[in-house]
Ligand binder design. Structure first.
Ligand code: KG4
Ligand code: ZN
Length: 344
């Protein structure tokens, strides 16, 4: 009997404003290096041209660090997985071109990864005390660019059963934060202040959307008008009520998300529920989801923090799963700004 071979995959992620590289060995993460781009904070959002320039500066040191931390030599790598899309074109091109050149130089296969599948499949990274979801399961994928309820039948068969018709939930967080004068990305800050405030202090109307779809643009406008009115009455309104405002916004967002998730469970009869994407780092969303284990009999899957926001670990696990299926791409593969979670 031969011993199981060690398969080393390098994952590269550059779809938005984080440059990241990770090494995975047989599903276990050996390194996951992320360079955040602070340059965008002062512009209140990601500036695509600056993002791609920063990726160009970061990519070599980030990959070197990932290989070093994994304690391997680049010659040990079996394949290179990279994010092909969706994302910002200029950003994606940096990772794509680098992955192609490196695979050519090392003479190893190339694996194209759908970023959204990465968020979902991060649940299959080997971790101690972390259960993997069985098929089929539902995943609430919530990030700066997406808000979806996805039905996952097997690794690469995913179907969107509900999604936002306008803003993503991460955008709702970031835009609300901007209205409150908080820096980008505001999601984590709203979460932090919300924990200190009263969620019932202010009431925001929830949108009425059919089926399992979401809408967040109305909420953003409601918050804007509410703040403008209150600040007119009292210029210090935001400073004096920041925690309560954040708690009330968070309460509304979490209710909108879970109303639909509960509906999806009822409709599909599936009660293995995962969350993924940057917004799944949110403390209230994690708490409420966990509470539904006892309350509603769901089995829930909550990713480790480092695998929620954009990172190459999630790209590397998809790379590994595709490697096992001999699903390789080639030099002709191009980056694509738009890609559905159902597309491989
Ligand atoms: O998945 P991600 O890193 O990038 C995209 O693919 O979009 O998600 C980034 C989003 C941002 O909108 C950020 O504000 C939000 O995730 N986010 C949070 C929290 N941490 C990150 N939103 C709410 N609460 C958090 N704790
Ligand atoms: Zn993402």
């Amino acid at each position: 009997m031969t011993k199981n071979k060690s398969i080393y995959i390098l994952g590269i992620e550059s779809s938005c404003d984080d440059t990241s590289a990770a090494v995975i060995c047989n599903g276990k993460i050996l390194s996951n290096v992320v360079a955040n781009q602070e340059i965008h904070a002062k512009y209140g959002g990601v500036v695509p041209e600056l993002a791609s320039r920063a990726h160009q500066q970061n990519i070599v040191p980030v990959i070197q660090q990932a290989i070093q931390q994994a304690n391997i030599d680049k010659k040990d790598l079996n394949a290179i997985a990279f994010t092909r899309g969706p994302g910002l074109m200029g950003s994606l091109l940096v990772g794509t071109s680098f992955a192609k050149s490196l695979s050519l130089a090392l003479n190893i296969p190339l694996i194209a990864v759908n970023h959204m599948q990465g968020h979902v499949l991060a649940h299959f990274i080997e971790e101690e005390n972390q259960q993997k979801p069985p098929f089929p399961f539902l995943c609430l994928t919530i990030s700066g660019g997406h808000t979806q309820i996805v039905k996952i039948t097997n690794y690469f068969t995913m179907e969107v059963i509900g999604e936002t018709l306008d803003d993503a939930v991460g955008e709702a967080y970031d835009k609300s934060a901007k209205i409150l004068g908080l820096p980008y990305p505001g999601g984590p800050l709203v979460d932090k202040y919300a924990n200190l405030g009263n969620p019932k202090a202010f009431k925001f109307t929830k949108p009425k959307v059919d089926g399992l779809n979401f809408s967040f643009s109305g909420l953003k406008t409601a918050i804007l008008y509410f703040i403008q009115k209150k600040v007119k009455e009292n210029p210090n309104f935001i400073e004096e009520n920041l925690n309560d405002i954040c708690a009330s916004i968070q309460f509304t967002i979490v209710e909108i998300l879970f109303d639909k998730l509960k509906k999806a469970v009822k409709q599909t009869g599936i009660n293995h529920i995962a969350i993924a994407g940057g917004v799944s780092a949110n403390s209230e969303i994690r708490k409420v989801l966990k509470s539904y284990e006892e309350k509603l009999g769901w089995t829930t899957y909550i990713p480790k923090f480092e695998y929620t926001t954009d990172n190459a670990g999630m790209i590397a696990i998809v790379g590994y799963l595709k490697y096992l299926e001999n699903d390789f791409s080639n030099d002709a593969t191009t980056a694509t700004a738009r890609l559905k979670v159902s597309e491989n």
